[in-house]
Design a protein around this ligand. Structure first.
Ligand code: CMC
Length: 435
């Protein structure tokens, strides 16, 4: 395999079966270049094989840039550190979905739209009633999201710009309501309706924690921390749930069903479910006497399937910039809520030991976004099984932006990977009495 002069060449040459084929080189704006192998099979009969897609680009995308070696994350070119410091979740959502930072007027309009669509259809109450009280909130959220498409048939018009815009606003507005109601259902409390006088994160907190029998005041610092967490989760280019949203969306299924599929993909403990797994692990460490080293050794043992949740990342091999910001936020929230969290102490000790251990150093395993986010959710008062619901609310603008980019791209085709077949060769059917 050669490229004439890799930095400037337009094509690379692949020698295969005595033939040389040209593979166009696609240039990214940040030096992340790719070989276009779309015609490889028709030219040579070969496909490429890449289980887990660690080396496969599924799209060209102008939304999020991530450099795992340097620990860089930017939304539409803006560094995550600046957005975390200066922006708000709804402004970031606008940026991701519509491509540019909004003017004051554009932002006001967007916020007003989102704020005035937070109610869900009253019939949906029965929907919540019919689930068992111990249903996992992620299951309820995924079901509720696809369920919303039954009320909004205009969501099927995926090429109608007005229908798409109202669907986007409805989703961003209503997902917190669905998430909070799945929690209220689980704890047997009355559903709390959205309040239009509150900001996005404050409204979510109110719907989660208010009860009709007494006044509930949202802690402004807590609302700010939650808003920050949502910003940090808002997009992460082609991760498992986003790729799922794109794949389902590529069939021209409506946006609610694509997002619902993304929520299901996010649920797994190797992806968004890791924040819940982190707290489970920290609790186990404490219950086990607090011997952090023992648990680090367990994670290193090749004969033990246990891995340290919240450590490692497919792409980040230096540090996860979100984890650095989250750790500082966790300190602030613990202070604001007055929570003296033993788990935070265990987490810090775990991090310290792991980061000085050759196993973790040599494999470039660092704390990821989920390592400290669970501690913040916990300090706020979210139960563990609600953590990933919060992640889903944060990731929603990213999923939407990626779906929209895909639907609008002339390059898009239905997503349909190939395979290398390794099963039995052709054989004749054997009647059951002869087997
Ligand atoms: N604890 C112990 N060992 C680990 C860990 C861990 N958390 N993560 C990776 N390794 C080891 C792994 O066993 C392998 O070792 P060896 O080379 O000896 O076989 C090596 O590191 C490379 O791991 P990998 O499985 O090839 O890496 P991957 O890119 O396929 O997996 C990952 C990435 C995030 C799934 C994995 O690091 C992991 O399972 N971490 C724990 C779960 C977690 O925190 N997930 C959240 C990810 S960030 C947010 C999100 O995506 O939602």
């Amino acid at each position: 395999m050669t490229a004439d002069s890799p930095a400037s060449a337009d094509v690379a040459h692949l020698d295969i079966g005595g033939e040389t084929v040209e593979l166009p080189i696609v240039r990214g704006t940040e030096g992340d270049d790719a070989l276009d192998i779309a015609k490889l099979r028709s030219q040579t009969g070969y496909i490429t094989l890449d289980p887990g897609y660690g080396n496969t680009g599924a799209a060209t995308s102008a939304i999020t840039f991530l450099d795992g070696e340097q620990g860089i994350l930017r939304y539409r070119g803006y560094p995550i550190e600046q957005l975390a410091e200066q922006s708000t979740f709804l402004e970031v959502a606008y940026l991701l979905i519509w491509g540019e930072l909004p003017t004051r007027e554009e932002l006001d309009r967007f916020v007003t739209e989102v704020t005035h669509h937070t109610l869900i259809r009253e019939e949906m109450r029965h929907f919540f009633d019919s689930f068992p009280h111990d249903a996992h909130p992620m299951a309820v959220l995924a079901s509720g999201t696809v369920g919303m498409s039954t009320f909004y048939p205009d969501s099927h018009e995926i090429f109608d710009a007005d229908a798409v815009e109202i669907t986007i606003n409805r989703l961003i507005a209503k997902l917190p309501t669905l998430a909070a109601w799945s929690f209220k259902k689980a704890i047997g409390q009355p559903y709390v309706y959205p309040r239009n006088d509150l900001g996005y994160a404050a409204n979510l907190l109110n719907m989660m924690f208010a009860v009709p029998s007494e006044a509930y005041e949202v802690n402004a610092q807590v609302a700010e921390a939650l808003d920050l967490l949502l910003i940090l989760h808002a997009d992460h280019e082609q991760n498992a749930s986003t790729s799922t949203v794109r794949l389902v969306g590529s069939t021209h299924a409506n946006l609610y069903s694509s997002i619902s599929a993304g929520i299901s993909a996010l649920w797994g403990p190797l992806h968004g479910g890791a924040n819940e797994a982190v707290i489970n692990t920290l609790e186990n460490v404490v219950a086990d006497g607090g011997d952090v080293k023992k648990w680090v050794d367990k994670a290193k043992d090749p004969d033990d399937p246990f891995r340290l949740p919240g450590f490692g990342h497919r792409v980040y091999k230096n540090h996860d910039p979100r984890a650095t910001i989250i750790k500082r936020a966790a300190e602030r929230v613990l202070k604001a809520t007055g929570a003296d969290d033993e788990l935070f102490d265990v987490a810090q000790r775990l991090e310290e030991i792991a980061l000085s251990d050759d196993y973790f150093i040599s494999r470039k395993l660092y704390p990821n976004v989920d390592f400290y986010s669970g501690l913040i959710y916990r300090a706020i008062g979210f139960p563990k099984n609600m953590f990933t619901n919060c992640f889903a609310i944060g990731r929603l603008p990213g999923w939407i932006a990626q779906w929209k980019e895909m639907i609008e791209s002339p390059e898009t085709k239905i997503g349909r990977p190939r395979q290398v077949y390794s099963g039995a060769q052709a054989r004749d059917y054997v009647p059951i009495e002869q087997r």
